[in-house]
Write a protein that binds this ligand. Sequence first.
Ligand code: CP
Length: 308
Amino acid sequence: MGLSLTDIISICDFSKKDIELVLETASQMDSLPKEKKARILENRVIASLFFEPSTRTRLSFETAIQNLGGRVVGFSDPAVSSTSKGETLSDSIRMVSGYADMIIMRHSIEGAARRAAEVSKKPIINGGDGANQHPTQTLLDLYTIKKEFKKIDGIKIGLLGDLKYGRTVHSLMYALAHYKNVEVFCIAPESLKMPEEIIKDNSGQLEIKETKNLHEFLPELDVLYATRIQKERFADEFEYAQIKNVFILGREILEKTKEQFRIMHPLPRVNEIKQELDSTPAALYFEQAKNGVPVREAILSLLKGVEK
Ligand code: CP
């Protein structure tokens, strides 16, 4: 049995069965010999259209494509595409879906990936649309938690920083709601709180607590998922400057945490995590980024051959 989806747009479209299938396939990818992997996307062309900057999402997808024997076309800067001449997103996607077997895209506008999926003849994979969704990041976050803790049920996770604009934490809330006895601690200043709608949508399935104080629940946490305060989402630079260093994690937090406590971060970080934490067992964020490759290999292999 494959995925119940023809496009990867929002984590909210995933059933628990779909999520578990991606995690199981990613685990297989992690241990599959290179020669076997290299035939999965043989003779396939995958488009990688990044209308917004990216390091991890684009490069891990493109690495995954190469590992699976596929070929990549695309751009990492819309300035070199006909977008700069005024071509609409719909027209660009219609065109590219005639060239490639799948399309990975990132766009600054919320809903852009959903719109692309409506006009594309081939599967669309959302690599992030504005402050909305980043489903493949969520799948690699879940994979990282499961690999580290051998389970997701019962996990106690703090979400820290920009919970208002942070698409990774929005997607993660919805995904965690599929699991049992998960406790989520939303830690943010008043102006960057988790949107009320997301709290409401998930409060039946998750035990959710909100605080402005990082230290209030620190000793209870298995994972602290830190996020960057996203300068690019603020209309007012002064407001950004006032809040940008509100939480900075250093070695001292480890005096209060459990032995198995881990720090995750979708990266890039700016000031949120001091480098002094990088060499501690708590630092899981670089391993998390590395897990992007098997998880994206899994997604590409599961979408191969999907008819729309
Ligand atoms: N985590 C993440 O989406 O990183 P990039 O913006 O570098 O792709």
